[in-house]
Design a protein around this ligand. Sequence first.
Ligand code: C2E
Ligand code: MG
Ligand code: MG
Length: 565
Amino acid sequence: MVDPKTLKLVPLASQGKDEELMHAIKGILSSDETASKTMGMRAIMGKQILVSNNSQLDPQVLFRAKYTESGIHSMAVFPLMVSDNAVGVLALYASEIDFFHGDELKLLTELAGDISFAIDHLEKQERLSYLAYYDALTGLANQSLFLERVAQSSRSALSSGHKLAIVLIDLERFKNINDSLGRTAGDELLRKVAQWLTRYAGDANLLARLGADRFAVLMPVVKPEHDVEHLLAEMMTAFLAHPFRLNDAIFRIAVKAGVALFPDDGADTDTLFRNAEAALKKTKSSGERYLFYTKSMNEMVAGKLTMENQLRQALRQGEFVLHYQPKVNLVTGKMTSAEALIRWNRPKTGLVPPGHFIPILEEIGLINEVGRWAIRQANTDYLRWHTAGLAPVPIAVNVSAMQLRHRTFFDEVRQLVESDVRTAAGLELEITESLIMEDIKHSISSLQAIRALGLTIAIDDFGTGFSSLSYLSRFPVNTLKIDRSFVVDMTTAPEGLALVSTIINLAHALKLKVVAEGVETQEQERLLRLLNCDEMQGFLFSRPVPADIFEAQFLTQGPVNPAHE
Ligand code: C2E
Ligand code: MG
Ligand code: MG
């Protein structure tokens, strides 16, 4: 066969001739001057059969004397072809002169063809089984081999009564590095990580690459459980300290990990693995570096899944409803506007408050559709009241971060505004402070565009989001809503009153209207009036109520009248 590294022929097997001749042939094949001129090598280069029927006199036989000495007078060399490459030769020697002719050559050519086929098949088989069990990029085991090894180790853990742990690891920032430095550098990093892990674990058989930037480590013997934690923390620190060199720059890579223990977290390999995955997922959404799987965690994930399906169905089947809560002018006592607050009218359980499902809607990306529904519904109610001859107040709708960032959000609002001249004056958007601060530049320009449509905008939950004061003056908003927690503190802590007073003065200095949220007591109302707060909203005046009750209770014919006597 041709050695792929030296490109020289190396005898692999021989039959029938003595050791001495084989030894001599090896010498000829490996010598630098002669190697390329031997019949074997020429058969390979030319991909052709070479025959010498009188070697003793044949100039193409380099070592005629040697062969004659060993009693060889005829020789034939057949290239072994695999996918159009000559990978080796079948060489035959005979003691007779003029031995290789017609039928023999035909037969032997077929024989060489069979051998080639077998070599090709074996190589493919080997490659296939390699690919079936190993990760081609790093050479580590892949998931199926890893799981087999875990199964094997768990059998011995069971019989000797100890635990084992599987740790799944994700690299942080990998996508980032891959995108900015390119695929080649990304691959290089993965190989280096595999090498580092192999060196650290001391045994490649305990490791696997599961895909992308995810690796797995098997700890086959875990005695006390805190052992794992200790080992893991140590490993993660060492990993972070290691400088990975890529494109002449040094990178330090942090990792996140999820751990599952056998048999506690899964009596079979599949469950164990799935639970390690759940733990990793949890780690990634938390601030932790690693987390252990716990049963309750799994139940949480399952609960969320069914919740997700239920929410999708809720949107399809119209189970969301809007309740309306009035905002009242503190001087006149009149209702000035109302806030639309979404509820989920969940079959069997009843009304679910938004705090229980808005975060999930955001996580699964359904907030855009539900948010769109809320804006349209509020607008529909407003126009209906208008058409019915009532004097509806502007309706404020809450908008979440994802909605505001969504590329079609503005166009949808614009279309709505363009569909009816009354819409713009009847619609306000409430956006939480923390959201605006997350992406100031983008916020300013999207808020400007919305303002230009004629809508008003309120900053919700003000005081909870660390606004930069210099930016606050540049936000194109109309209203500040003081978060309920400050209103509560107003009467319970001495600084509370000062804080609310300061916020009100700040808002007025910026020419903004100020609304206090969550006003529940007359004492709070009195203080707010003293502090010159413009409006209040809260249970004291009214809880959020369904649209029909809101209509009956607070909307009057013609011009707006005081809503409470
Ligand atoms: P928010 O916009 O700050 O709404 C005020 C919350 O305070 C409402 O809670 C309201 O029911 C409650 N509240 C009003 N007055 C009082 C009071 O006197 N005392 C107390 N303890 N609470 C009072 P709710 O309805 O549970 O809504 C919670 C949050 O959910 C809202 O906070 C808002 O951020 C969000 N939300 C509601 N509807 C929507 C919506 O359609 N879309 C989006 N994206 N978020 C919404
Ligand atoms: Mg609000
Ligand atoms: Mg609020």
